[in-house]
Design a binder for this molecule. Structure first.
Ligand SMILES: [Zn+2]
Length: 258
């Protein structure tokens, strides 16, 4: 498997989620015919096990394993055993991160930090890329990342402010935009300021999206609409953006040879 074998990229999707049980085969077919590479991310240990199994039987999937901040109370020792036993089959660590909106749901922020740092250590030790969730916690995430040496940091569904974006554009961090970019004016304002060489795209399926997506759950077939929006915002041809995204990922993602 080589990044050059693909034209399109969905840099963050939960293909192991049960919501995709009835459509997964169709999606896998779509990935193949559209030459799309999907970064299949996980939220729990169980999810990670499914991801590794699914991704390793397919050429169009990368397996990202990890504990999502929503599940930060999970048993990390159990996760470590799985991680060590499956290291050869793991392409990245994610979805990991911090989320302050979970505090009111009783998910302790200090505990989220402990789990996040633990996941970053695993990625650093194994020289793996990370896919990060940073809702309402972009600054905390950026501060913590400074202490780690990682081959590739992808800030999934970037929702920081303009100052944070400017700092990121001077680093090697990649910011990822999803379907909401197609209709959200505030995201469009932010993406317009981003640089093509720091930007990637994702769907975050099975999250459902409104407006032009009519509440449908996101699938990799949404990717061209997001690239098209970037093409409008930046006045750069669609194909050039695809090529740039491929270059951005090629620089940092080491794709295993199966
Ligand atoms: Zn996600």
């Amino acid at each position: 498997m080589n990044i050059d074998d693909f034209d399109l990229f969905d840099a963050h999707i939960h293909l192991s989620a049960t919501e995709f049980n009835s459509s997964r085969l169709d999606i896998l077919n779509y990935l193949k015919v559209s030459r799309t590479l999907a970064f299949n991310v996980s939220e729990t240990l169980n999810d990670s096990k499914i991801t590794v199994e699914l991704s390793n039987s397919k050429d169009n999937l990368l397996s990202f394993v990890g504990i999502h901040p929503k599940y930060s109370q999970s048993n990390l020792e159990e996760f470590d055993v799985f991680f060590k036993d499956n290291l050869d089959l793991i392409d990245g660590v994610g979805e990991i991160g911090l989320d302050k909106t979970y505090i009111e749901r009783g998910i302790d922020f200090e505990n989220q930090i402990i789990t996040f740092k633990h996941m970053l250590q695993l990625a650093e030790k194994s020289k793996l890329p990370v896919s990060i969730h940073s809702r309402d916690a972009t600054q905390e995430v950026l501060d913590i990342l400074e202490s780690y040496n990682l081959p590739c940091i992808m800030l999934h569904w970037f929702s920081g402010n303009e100052d944070q974006l400017k700092k990121i554009l001077n680093s090697e961090i990649l910011v990822s935009f999803g379907p909401a970019l197609v209709y959200s004016k505030s995201l469009q304002k932010l993406a317009k300021l981003s640089h093509p060489e720091s930007t990637i795209v994702e769907t975050d399926g099975p999250v459902p999206f409104s407006a032009c997506y009519e509440g449908k759950i996101a699938e990799p077939s949404f990717i061209p609409s997001i690239v098209n929006k970037l093409s409008n915002l930046w006045s750069i041809p669609f194909d050039d953006i695809l090529e740039q995204i491929s270059d951005n990922l090629k620089k940092y993602i080491v794709v295993r040879s199966n």
